[in-house]
Write a protein that binds this ligand. Structure first.
Ligand code: SF4
Length: 353
């Protein structure tokens, strides 16, 4: 499954083309193939804020593919529960990209769903992710409140139904993420390491790194990228589970890494750990990403929170308690309504508390 190409480039389109030219992609994709590109369009924030894929990376991929005789290109994604994928595409500049190159934009929330067995799971997967000839995964390298980091393996969560996304949180995220990668086959990955948020998956704290990273193996890439965020691959459970399932192999000192434009390398930024500190105020049980990260953001905005633990997640359905976040905690004495509530609604609730 090859090695890893890392390009340190401030020019995103050019940097992507350079990275792809140094990779095996040109020999892997067949002229005339139907290629699906899966960016991270988790919510409606521009890529400069650190949560979503830069359209310039996808532009570089499209230019490269067209030069190889591939013109049947579609962009596929489903934003997180509570956001509108079409709005995310607009905010992130993907509608203009689609017009310029004729690449079709699909909102997977409108797609047909197929039930697919993986181990003991039966996943609801969007058909377009299963029917393509060649899937190019284009995640953002960034932190995640619950799984610590998100990159190639977790990005495929955007290829399942909203109901399944909720189920994934109820099932603890790590194992289902790994098993999902055993049934949706990624053909190639191009990682947006331009300015990912090293604190939250929803952005707002971008850290400029100007990296474009690519390769074939999502496990290899994720285990390499864990190190870039200051983790061991063993800290991120789903990476090890995916490796055990044969999705790919783990990064090691023997892995070939080709670095391009190494002179442009910025000094490595440290993750702030802010999300981890704020999560000390939270008792989470099977919480959806949208709910959990909205609560983290609201706590961050609220400054010094001195109240009791706030319960969030599907594990609190039908239960009682004091403070809760989201409709799952509707049995609590005091809770924020919404599924999910917005960070602003939670922040207002915190102020009223
Ligand atoms: S209230 Fe929050 S945790 Fe519960 S289902 Fe809705 S988004 Fe998920």
């Amino acid at each position: 499954m090859g090695g890893i190409i890392v390009n340190h480039s401030g020019d995103v389109v050019k940097g992507t083309l350079e990275a792809l030219a140094a990779s095996p992609l040109g020999g892997l994709v067949k002229p005339g193939a139907r290629v699906s590109v899966k960016p991270n369009m988790v919510l409606a924030r521009p890529p400069s804020e650190g949560a979503t894929t830069h359209p310039e990376i996808v532009e570089g991929i499209i230019i490269f593919l067209r030069e190889k005789g591939v013109f049947d290109i579609e962009i596929i994604e489903s934003a997180w529960v509570g956001d509108d994928t079409k709005r995310v595409y607009r905010v992130c500049g993907f509608d203009k990209l689609s017009e310029k190159y004729g690449a079709r934009l699909y909102d997977l929330k409108d797609d047909k769903i197929r039930k697919v067995k993986a181990g003991n799971y039966t996943f609801e997967i969007c058909e377009k992710a299963l029917e393509t000839d060649f899937l190019i995964n284009v995640p953002v390298l960034k932190a995640h409140c619950q799984t610590r980091m998100t990159c190639c393996l977790k990005n495929l969560k955007g290829c399942i139904s909203d109901r399944e996304k909720r189920n994934f949180h109820a099932m603890g995220l790590h194992r289902p993420i790994a098993y999902l990668n055993a049934v949706i086959k990624t053909s190639f990955c191009v990682i947006d390491g331009i300015c990912g948020d090293l604190t939250f998956e929803e952005g707002g704290n971008p850290v400029a790194r100007n990296m474009i990273i690519c390769g074939q193996d999502p496990v290899l890439l994720d285990s390499y990228c864990a190190g870039l965020l200051g983790f061991d691959a063993a800290d991120i459970d789903y990476i090890g589970i995916a490796s055990d399932l044969g999705v790919g192999r783990l990064y090691g000192s023997e892995t070939p890494v080709i670095e391009l434009n190494a002179d442009n390398k910025p000094s490595a930024p440290e993750p702030s750990g802010l999300a981890r500190r704020l999560s000390a105020h939270i008792d989470g049980d099977k919480a959806c990403s949208a709910c959990y990260s909205a609560l983290i953001s609201a706590l961050n905005r609220a400054g010094r929170y001195r109240g009791g633990k706030i319960c969030v997640g599907q594990g609190f359905r039908g239960k009682s308690g004091k403070l809760g976040c989201g409709d799952c905690a509707s049995g609590f004495e005091n809770y924020v309504k919404g599924c999910p509530p917005s960070a602003a609604e939670i922040a207002k609730w915190l102020t009223d508390l």
